[in-house]
Design a protein around this ligand. Structure first.
Ligand code: GLU
Ligand code: MG
Length: 431
């Protein structure tokens, strides 16, 4: 019998749910869910939460996200559909991360006539003891075949429009990109991509991990979030040839809002103890509160506009948010980016000053003189920034925020004094 999983992605960025037979995308099936499920941490524990044993929810599938991966002689078919948690009347539950993103995206359209068009560029590692082939090499791709080929085909079938798959710089590290989608669709694609990559590897008896750090020399796995703005009619409005860095006023303001709230945003986009082993200077991840044009050490950068295949500046102009990884819930990450961006639009902030070099080459005194601050250097520090940032904290549901802070502070306490190798291994297993 073919089962379909109704899945909900929680604060630990883990998709959990339950399966039903005979799912009908045209129908109105939903399954029961419990508020406290949101308080499950990445390691199987349940943290203190505002709901306890009380309350009931429904997981309501969005049929547009239905994924079918055909079975093989050794694996059953895999069917899943992504859900929003609702109350028993079907009204979105305010603490559901997907509901939070739907609500922020609706706000952007209502208040500013804009839509967020985004894509997640995700890195992952193949867990193996084999000798690592050369970075970016054809050899590195071929030794794992047909892994990449099968991942790409499955993503294509899943409708997430995969664009690229490649061996990255780190040992046994790969990256996969998909075409952008509007609002919640972008976060859905991120979840679908991770789920499909893991499934295809599992079918081959192989292990992959999206954990931000894997071990010495293995490079770090980032999840870069590309974003641009569309108007209500779906027309791109990010580019302006006469604007700073080729950006329209709206794109400048939106970006400035993100840069202004970066310290708090990292708590949503780099939300585990391991995330801060990645956000170190000089590793192309992002360690400073810096905006840059085509600068891979910047936390937010203007992605390059190529004219090799003609002038597509208008459609392709986009920015890239880099201090994020796969331990972040993609819905919360985008909701945070939207809240920050809307604050920039609301306050009509000027385009941030661009830094066109690696800030880590400057001395402490020079950094101070130029007003360049480090991003939070630990999860604890980032959570304090989130709690203090009234714009972000107040725009999130208070129960969601309370549960999030408790879970993440619990994680900080759990790993206090734990050996780095042991900590890394835990996250490699969990993600
Ligand atoms: N692996 C780097 C990171 O952790 C990113 C490398 C790149 O794609 O620019 O973010
Ligand atoms: Mg990369």
């Amino acid at each position: 019998m073919a089962l379909t999983w109704l899945a909900h992605t929680d604060l630990a960025a883990i998709s959990r749910g339950r399966a039903i037979p005979d799912y009908d995308p045209e129908g109105s099936q939903s399954v029961g869910w419990v508020p406290a499920d949101l308080a499950l941490d990445p390691f199987g524990g349940l943290v203190d939460n505002p709901w306890g044993p009380v309350g009931d929810l429904r997981l309501v599938p969005d049929p547009a996200t239905l994924v079918h991966i055909p079975g093989t002689p050794t694996a059953s078919e895999m069917n899943f559909v992504l859900c929003t948690a609702t109350d028993l009347e079907g009204k979105p539950w305010r603490s559901c991360p997907r509901a939070a993103l739907l609500s922020q995206a609706a706000q952007l359209e209502k208040d500013f006539g804009l839509r967020l068009f985004a894509a997640f560029e995700q890195e992952f590692s193949h867990v193996t003891d084999a000798a690592p082939p050369a970075p970016f090499s054809l050899e590195a791709a071929r030794v794992v075949e047909p892994l990449l080929e099968d991942i790409f085909s499955a993503l294509d079938e899943a409708g997430v429009e995969p664009e690229n798959i490649l061996p990255e710089f780190g040992q046994h590290q790969f990256e996969v990109t998909t075409r952008p989608a509007v609002g919640v669709g972008a976060a859905d694609r991120a979840v679908i991509t991770r789920t499909v990559v893991r499934e295809i590897a599992r079918r081959k008896g192989q292990r992959v991990t999206f954990a931000p750090v894997i071990g010495p020399g293995a490079g770090t796995n980032g999840v870069h979030i590309h974003f641009s703005l569309l108007d209500r009619q779906g027309r791109p409005v990010t580019h302006d040839p006469g604007g700073d860095h080729g950006l329209s006023r709206a794109a400048q303001q939106f970006t400035a809002g993100i840069v202004a709230h970066l310290p708090a945003l990292t708590a949503l986009t780099a939300p585990t103890v391991a995330s801060y082993l990645r956000l170190r200077p000089h590793s192309w991840s992002a360690a400073y509160v810096v905006f840059g044009n085509q600068n891979r050490e910047a936390a937010v950068r203007v992605a390059p506009r190529s004219r090799v295949d003609g002038d597509h500046d208008h459609e392709r102009a986009n920015l890239e948010y880099r201090p994020s990884d796969a331990t972040a819930n993609p819905y919360l990450a985008l909701a945070g980016i939207l809240i920050a961006g809307m604050d920039g639009l609301e306050r009509e902030l000027p385009c941030p000053e661009s830094v066109e070099f690696d800030p880590s080459v400057l001395s402490e005194a020079e950094l101070k003189e130029r007003g360049i601050a480090r991003l939070p250097q630990s999860l604890g520090e980032a959570l304090d920034c989130l709690e203090r940032d009234s714009v972000i904290a107040e725009a999130l549901d208070s129960d969601l925020l309370e549960c999030y802070l408790t879970m993440k502070r619990n994680e900080v306490a759990t790993f206090a004094g734990v050996d780095e190798a042991e900590l890394i291994a835990k996250y490699v297993d969990a993600y």
